[in-house]
Design a binder for this molecule. Sequence first.
Ligand code: PLZ
Length: 453
Amino acid sequence: MTVTLTQPAVGGPQLPQERRLVTEIPGPVSKRLAARKDGAVSSAVGTMLPVYVAAAGGGVVVDVDGNSLIDLGSGIAVTTVGNSNPRVAEAVAAQVAAFTHTCFMVTPYAGYVEVAETLNRLTPGDHDKRTALFNSGAEAVENAVKIARSHTGRQAVVAFDHGYHGRTNLTMALTAKSMPYKSGFGPFAPEVYRAPMSYPFRDSGSGIDGEAAARRAIDVIEKQVGAANLAAVMIEPIQGEGGFVVPAPGFLPALAAWCTGNGVVFVADEVQTGFARTGDLFACENEGVVPDLIVTAKGIAGGLPLAAVTGRAEMMNAPHAGGLGGTYGGNPLACAAALAVFDSIEADGLVDRARQIGTTMAERLTALQAADPRIGDVRGRGAMMAIELVQPGTTEPDAALTQRVAAAAHAQGLVVLVCGTWGNVLRFLPPLSIPDHLLVEAFNVLEQIFKQS
Ligand code: PLZ
């Protein structure tokens, strides 16, 4: 992965790489579809920016009214290699023509094994590994917990403040934020405990560095759970939905070392950070952390539903034969897509591309912050950057401003997402296939929005 690109190979259909607004956002055709949605889809399923999509690729999303929006969301960090990436489209088309499903547990196929072999090779650490495939991030997180419990014979699981791990029952328990993920949906799975996270922006001034933050978390774990009862520590190396919180240096290594010393399985949830997104293939690598189990999804298969748990062979092999599985886990189409994604990351130099995009975004966001005291923090890594919006000079969240800025960005043809425990973080997750001129244009638009908001 040493190829350096200034302009990436454009993924997806050869769509004009431009921001083009021909109607208001959303346009009339999208509005008609939104009305049909209201009559047909559960109102509990929200849509953040209700432009209905006709095509997407490179760095744009084109809607049914003919508007072309700049994509700074990648479908929440999924289309890292670009939407409808040609390698992915070709591999999936060939697979769909050959066979679509047999169920790996019934009559297996090579694609599943090849994805497992590749993940075993690419994930951090050169120990003996095994992999199991699933459909969604949440399903894989649940299975990581099953594996850790089988391996340790213990039950408790620790997750962190601001953490997000999914919407199923066990993963709701692991997720920190109540609204909209958990409220009214309890009771939640037992034996899940929460520890304090390292959150440099909010820890600043208290003299808590990464190691001190780890000691703070470990103290809670030892006193409130007890190492002897603890199967797994589950953590996102950079938190996603919780606000792109990057823990202080030293936090993750200290936590991982404590887990190793106490027979606790250290699980990295790299569902959002994985596959070149952060400028490393996996975010853990930044500090040389080798997780016992690593959970991946999202960017793994270019938009097809696939997720994985990869980890130490003795842990992955701990559950009884037949103890892990599912009808669709490692579906042949998703596996074909994943193999094409792995090729694209390597052949198109996407790890380097993520770093370039990160440098550009960090420069633009830092300049914005210098001009606007409402931007309390600029953080993230690679093509996963965010700004936290606050009352100037404080850490008091400004969710209203965040909503205003996001709405203005949408109206002007930028797909941006909001996250954070307080809903005051604007995050940027462009596909790595975005051309430089669109990235520059997007931040020019954003700069104007901040001046006017
Ligand atoms: N772990 C770290 O980011 C999914 C969720 C959006 P699934 N994040 C986007 C929403 O509002 O539902 C995520 C994640 C991390 C696990 C998951 C869950 O992955 O594929 O959505 O189940």
